[in-house]
Write a protein that binds this ligand. Structure first.
Ligand code: KIV
Ligand code: NA
Length: 270
């Protein structure tokens, strides 16, 4: 691929080859996934993953701008989507537009993501009609953790109808895709079959139109806890620990730095 996809290209992948996506928060990690991921999400998970916060509620617009700028510098062939943080869009369409425009202008993101279903449909329509592509996010919406009462599976039993209504509402409002987080597999499949926009699963179903994971989770870098839906494709946290210990050992043994790491006063070129 030569150029980054646009929201229309993502939309056109409905029912096709699954969309591949991950979160990123820094330039080097964005470079690793550039051209492999269809889109890269600057998630508000940055607060927990990189800043040691206990929820995403404390993440600010300024933090999203800073990390969004960093990620954008690492991307040439993947689209960048950026999360609207808690408190930056819930008041209404005008507030949402102002802050979404700020995020896109400052970071160069191609789209924003916001949490919510039926109750956010008006805002999603307002943004999309005014040039801001929106990815919706329903199911477990971490910014609502205090009203949801915990990070539990959403949409079980009677709650399934409401979640289907949420998916239909955000699609009708013009969202170009919708993240389904922590919903039962059968419900995720029903939503995927029902709506005309791509569903992006995280703790949902392999039949979704795409998948997303938090990059530090799938690399084994974030190890404070592991959700059931996380698969660790590498153990970089363990590797880092071993590397730090090896460094400490060599420093104390005076075997690092070795001759090739130090400078002679004779040859100015080395
Ligand atoms: O912030 C985030 O990482 C997300 C993804 C898990 C979808 O919203
Ligand atoms: Na998020």
């Amino acid at each position: 691929r030569k150029t980054a996809p646009m929201p229309q290209d993502i939309l056109a992948r409905k029912g096709g080859t699954p969309l591949v996506s991950l979160t990123a928060y820094t330039t080097p990690m964005a470079q690793v996934m550039d051209g492999i991921c269809d889109f890269v999400l600057v998630g508000d998970s940055v607060g927990m993953v990189l800043h040691g916060l206990t929820s995403t509620l404390d993440v600010t617009l300024d933090m999203m701008v800073l990390h969004g700028k960093a990620v954008k510098r690492g991307l040439k062939q993947s689209m960048m989507v950026i999360d609207m943080p808690f408190g930056s869009y819930e008041e209404g369409p005008q507030q949402a537009f102002r802050n979404a425009a700020h995020l896109m202008r400052e970071t160069g993101a191609g789209a924003v993501k916001l949490e919510g279903g039926v109750e956010m449909a008006e805002t999603i329509a307002f943004l999309t009609k005014r040039g801001i592509p929106v990815m919706a996010h329903i199911g477990l919406t971490p910014q609502s953790i205090h009203t949801l009462g915990g990070y539990k599976v959403q949409g079980r039993g009677e709650a399934a109808d409401q979640m289907m209504a949420d998916a239909v509402a955000v699609a009708k409002a013009g969202a170009f895709s919708v993240v389904l987080e922590k919903v039962p597999e059968t419900l995720a499949d029903q939503i995927t079959a029902e709506v005309a926009i791509p569903t992006i699963g995280i703790g949902a179903s392999a039949n979704c139109d795409g998948q997303i994971l938090v990059v530090d989770d799938m690399l084994g870098l974030f190890t404070a806890f592991k959700a059931k839906f996380v698969k660790r494709f590498a153990q970089l946290g363990d590797d880092a620990k071993l590397a730090v210990q090896a460094y400490a050992d060599e420093v104390q043994a005076r075997s690092f730095p070795a001759p090739e790491h130090v400078f002679s006063d004779k040859n100015p070129n080395t």
